[in-house]
Design a protein around this ligand. Structure first.
Ligand code: TMP
Length: 206
């Protein structure tokens, strides 16, 4: 597997449905902008036209698919985003912030759908093309919001038990990963934002 040499930093955001991930990413973006910090923001599945189209398939509540197909589609979207968007930005020395990355796949497709964890992690490694994550911010709150949103979103509508398994899964993923930091997110959004900024400073990312 290729090892990339670059001065960039890769930060991933993870969390269950409706825990305020988008808000925290937006607040961090505003902070970077105020400070003139060169960063690239992307999301998964998404980031390129192909990946955004795969995202539509994955979210379409009218479609039914095998869990394995779902896994491979998330990984396909990831490879495109990693190769075409994330790696070039890291090589240009940028901070790259990804809204969901490999831990989402382990949490949702392995713990949630019940697919073999080793297989999922092997595919995660393949789809990330050898890129290393510097920090994962896990916004730690139970998935209480998923059922109230009532969106016509195939993943959000996977059921309360599914989303509980995802939350438990994140807890287990975080146990063995030094890069993975649990950030409680039920309080004031600005306090959470300040905590994340401090974390980035402590880890030498900014
Ligand atoms: P979101 O970006 O709006 O959170 O939507 C992405 C949805 O897809 C969300 O329900 C989490 C899910 N997901 C997976 O199941 N596996 C993955 O690998 C990724 C990136 C997302």
């Amino acid at each position: 597997m290729t090892e990339y040499r670059h001065n960039g930093k890769l930060i991933t955001f993870e969390g269950c449905e409706g825990v305020g991930k988008s808000t925290q990413i937006r607040l961090l973006g505003e902070y970077f902008e105020q400070r003139g910090i060169d960063a690239l923001f992307t999301r998964e599945p998404g980031g390129t036209e192909v990946s955004e189209r795969i995202r539509e398939l994955l979210k379409d509540d009218d479609l039914d698919m095998c869990a394995e197909t779902e896994l491979l589609l998330f990984e396909a979207a990831r490879y495109e985003n990693t190769r075409r968007i994330i790696i070039p930005a890291l090589e240009a020395g940028k901070i790259v912030v990804v809204d969901r990355y490999i831990d989402s796949t382990t949490a949702y497709q392995s713990f949630g759908r019940g697919l073999d964890r080793e297989t999922v992690e092997k595919l995660n490694r393949y789809a990330t093309a050898g890129v290393k994550i510097d920090l994962t911010v896990f916004l730690d709150a139970p998935p209480f919001a998923n059922t109230t949103r009532g969106a016509d979103d195939r993943m959000e509508n996977a059921g309360a038990e599914f989303h509980d398994r995802v939350y438990e899964g994140y807890g287990k993923i975080g146990e063995d990963e030094e890069r993975f930091v649990f950030v409680p997110t039920l309080g004031d959004k600005y306090a959470t934002n300040a905590r994340i900024i401090k974390l980035l400073e402590d880890r030498g990312i900014i």
